[in-house]
Design a protein around this ligand. Structure first.
Ligand code: NAP
Length: 316
């Protein structure tokens, strides 16, 4: 069996078009281009790349992003005051607090200071509580977890009762995926969550009809760990060095640095021979995540404008 590839770029384009059309309507009717403030505290090249990429996609869709860089020595009080200022500013529709924060700052307190109606990443207890209670309409939810759900929907396979193994239980990915999978009383799959303390991971992954991996370790999931015909969703993003056939690093002549590439957590080449569906990395979850961020903003903006919203339908 050769797995069908779940094309994240195609799904992302579909979401992008939907969001763009609705934002155009808002622009014409209210003369409004929604604005996000993206806060970066301290210097972090990975965060800057991530934010630059978001800015590019948001601009394409019709969203203004203002990047606010704050010195790494800022105090908790100064940052809290900034968030209060952005909450009160009616020209700002959403606030993003990029992680990681320097260790002297209280991340959870700062996240919870963002007004839920401006919480584009769904990090506040109020918005996560709505996910916990499967409240409808669901206005915002964690983007990567929603991207996983979009990929599962794309396969059109029935999820009801299916044994689903999630590897990784982080607050931004694994846990919200679990809540989403359990959000329908009638149609939920049956999830198992594995993590660093799981003994003998293979015993669980081999039973998975649906396998979702969100760890950050290249090649964690090899072919022998996957059940025949499983649906495999790879959330991991890892940059690895390219090696020649003797196992030596390949050096880029222009930069003098080792050449690298991005891979997921799954051995794509071999697992794709066994799975029924698989997401590639890159080109899978990543592009969908950014478009869902834009959709979260659209939903928040509609609420702020008293427009009706449909909200996310996870599983009916
Ligand atoms: P994280 O906070 O580091 O969480 C990783 C999770 O994996 C933790 O729950 C950890 O368990 C678990 N884990 C670590 N080693 C394991 C092992 N050997 N076996 C089983 N579980 C193990 O990372 P994250 O933020 O969730 O991100 C996970 C990956 O997804 C990363 O590669 C990240 O770059 C990627 N990501 C992609 C997107 C996207 O848009 N595509 C978005 C977000 C993240 P413990 O907590 O018990 O240690």
């Amino acid at each position: 069996m050769v797995a069908q590839i779940i094309d994240g770029i195609k799904i992302a384009e579909r979401i992008k078009t939907e969001v763009k059309d609705e934002l155009l309507y808002i622009k014409n009717r209210f003369n409004l281009i929604p604005k996000v403030v993206s806060i970066i505290v301290g210097e972090n090249p990975a965060t800057e790349i991530y934010v630059n990429n978001q800015c590019k996609i948001c601009n394409e869709i019709g969203i203004n992003v203002e990047v606010v860089k704050i010195n790494k020595n800022t105090t908790q009080q100064e940052l809290e005051n900034k968030i209060i200022q952005f909450n009160e500013d009616e020209s700002i529709n959403a606030i993003m607090l990029n992680l990681p924060l320097p260790p002297h700052l209280n991340q959870r307190k700062l996240q919870n200071m963002i007004l839920p109606i401006k919480d584009i990443e769904s990090v506040t207890a109020e918005n996560l509580g709505k996910l916990f209670y499967a409240e409808t309409p669901l206005v915002v939810a964690p983007c990567t977890a929603l991207a996983v759900i979009e990929c599962l929907k794309e396969t059109k396979i029935e999820l009801k009762g299916k044994h689903t193994v999630i590897v990784g239980h982080s607050e931004i990915v694994g846990k919200p995926i679990l809540l989403m999978l359990l959000s329908s009383l009638l149609n939920s799959p049956t999830p198992t969550v594995c993590h660093i303390a799981t003994k003998n991971l293979i015993e669980y992954t081999k039973l998975a009809e649906i396998l979702i991996v969100a760890v950050g370790k290249p090649n964690l999931i090899t072919e022998d760990m996957v059940k025949d015909n499983a649906v495999v969703i790879d959330v991991g993003i890892n940059r690895i060095k390219l090696l020649d056939k003797n196992g030596r690093e390949i050096i880029d002549e222009k930069t003098g640095k080792p050449k690298t590439k991005i891979v997921g957590d799954v051995d794509f080449e071999n697992v794709s021979k066994k799975a029924s569906y698989i997401t590639p990395v890159p080109g899978g979850i990543g592009p969908i995540t950014t478009c869902i961020l834009a959709k979260n903003l659209l939903n928040l903006t509609k609420i702020q404008l008293n427009l009706p919203i449909e909200g996310y339908k996870i599983f009916s």
